[in-house]
Design a protein around this ligand. Structure first.
Ligand SMILES: *Cc1c(COP(=O)(O)O)cnc(C)c1O
Length: 478
């Protein structure tokens, strides 16, 4: 399988190369050159199978034989053995034809674990084959950083740096990132928004001399390996509920568009998905785009669902590529307009293509709180606010004849303040996922400035083989 950039000006890559590179050199995102299809019989065989078996069947066409089947199976087994539920991503019934897909049973209680645990193993495997190492830099609005630092801490060939917007992630999320205690993992608090952090990452990739000195890579949801890993639970959940005979719909709390884009990929592979419903918070750019065709950046609002406080949904570019009939020039034009004038207008055909598969709705702050309270009162289920947003949107888009699967992306303990405000209940983390208060936190505080962050990375990455740095010269905060 070859991977091509959405913008068409970067060389095509093998699976292994796409895995290590992340963002394409032309600023685009890598996508498979063609969508692999799963047959009706293959999908049917997933019914009742362990998650790891479904994962192998869904991922292997994307790997395309570049990794030995035995190694791939072993890495998948190991990755999902870190989850604390035998179904890995269990379904919970909320009502007639109304289901929650719990994606938060991994080590950091976030759905990001599903992708990070396998991605770390795949990357380390490829690097050790090549006797190479690289530096991962990422931006997180909360959950990605913890999941990545946790997954990559045992990767010998990789140094990982994660920037988060200072003061804009929950205390629990910050502690997850700052208490890893591994010399190859670094948390950086940036004075700015998530989008500021993300644009520093993008600028570093454009800064060629820096990028090649540290061998820069990304594990944000732009990395193809993450999207690929997320496709799996669309198949596992749908087949439990009767696919491929029965079609199903999904509602997904959406930020960077990686999670719901994986649903689109599952649909391209043949999974009978009726509707893919985008649920956003007050950062409603995608809901506005679907309603009007006008994609217009606004200021980022801080909400009680910080993992969705995003204006630039990077993975949306991958959908645009298919919506444009895979016309690179059209994607380039739209992305140039977005950069230069902070907006673009979708051509009618593209808008229609998107509307054929997707719906979208936004939920306000007040409605989010009310929904967390309503779910608790009516069902005794404590939902995190991101999940609650999707539950509300799913209700508004329910079709009584089609199972609606709502993705639950975080354990309520990760957002315990918001959950307590809404319900009066304390959401406790499970013992295995707790980060005790008072653990020593190690974090660097930096200005929102690319050059300063690069300098920090150059000081702390183990660039040259054999030179292992001593740990913890960063400032310590409480
Ligand atoms: C990351 C995240 C999301 C958004 O997922 P995207 O792939 O960025 O759209 C939603 N909810 C939670 C809790 C998350 O951590």
């Amino acid at each position: 399988m070859r991977y091509i950039s959405t913008r068409g000006k970067a060389a095509s890559l093998s699976f292994k190369e796409a895995l290590l590179v992340g963002l394409a050199s032309d600023g685009g995102l890598y996508v498979p050159e063609a969508w692999p299809k799963l047959s009706f019989g293959e999908m049917k065989s997933f019914q009742g199978k362990p998650y790891a078996q479904v994962a192998f069947a869904v991922m292997s066409p994307f790997v395309g034989g570049e990794i030995d089947d035995i190694d791939l199976r072993r890495m998948i087994e190991e990755a999902y053995a870190t989850f604390h539920h035998p179904a890995v991503t269990p379904l919970v019934q909320m009502g007639p034809n109304d289901w929650l897909l719990e994606l938060f049973h991994g080590p950091t209680l976030a759905f990001k674990d599903v992708a990070m645990q396998i991605l770390a193993r795949l990357m380390d495997h490829v690097l050790s084959e090549r006797e190479e190492r690289l530096t991962i830099v990422g931006a997180t609005s909360g959950d990605t950083g913890g999941a990545a630092l946790e997954a990559f801490k045992t990767c010998d060939g990789i140094d990982t740096f994660f920037m988060f917007p200072n003061g804009k992630v929950s205390d629990f999320q910050r502690r997850q990132m700052t208490t890893i205690g591994a010399e190859n993992c670094h948390a950086i608090a940036i004075d700015g928004s998530f989008d500021d952090c993300q644009s520093i990452v993008k600028d570093m990739f454009r800064h060629q001399s820096f990028a090649s000195t540290v061998r820069l890579s990304a594990v944000n949801s732009i990395n193809w390996g993450r999207v690929m890993a997320q496709v799996v639970y669309y198949f596992s959940a749908a087949t439990v509920l009767g696919a491929p005979e029965q079609s199903v719909s999904f509602t997904v709390p959406t930020g960077n568009f990686g999670d719901i884009y994986a649903g689109f990929v599952a649909k391209q592979m043949g999974l009978p998905i009726n509707r893919l419903v985008i649920a956003t918070n007050e950062n409603d750019i995608l809901a506005r785009t679907l309603a009007t065709g006008d994609h217009r950046l606004g200021p980022v609002k801080s909400t009680i669902t910080p993992s969705m406080d995003i204006q630039i949904s990077s993975n949306f570019e991958r959908l645009l590529f298919d919506a444009a009939g895979r016309d690179h020039a059209l994607v380039r034009d739209l992305m140039t307009a977005l950069r230069d004038s902070r907006r673009y207008r979708l051509p009618d055909k593209m808008l229609q293509f998107i509307r054929d598969s997707f719906d979208a709705d936004a939920v306000s702050e007040v409605e989010t709180q009310e929904e967390v309270a309503r779910i608790w009162k009516e069902t005794g289920y404590l939902a995190d606010p991101h999940t609650a947003i999707a539950v509300k949107v799913a209700r508004d888009h329910a079709d009584p004849d089609v199972p609606m699967i709502t993705l639950s992306t975080a354990h309520p303990a990760k957002f315990s303040n918001a959950v307590r405000d809404a319900t009066g209940e304390a959401a406790r983390p499970p013992i295995w996922g707790d980060v005790p208060l008072g653990s020593t936190e190690t974090v660097a505080h930096l200005a929102s400035d690319r050059a300063r962050v690069e300098e920090y990375i150059l000081q702390h990455a183990r660039l040259t083989q054999g030179s292992v740095r001593s740990f913890a010269s960063e400032g310590v905060t409480s």
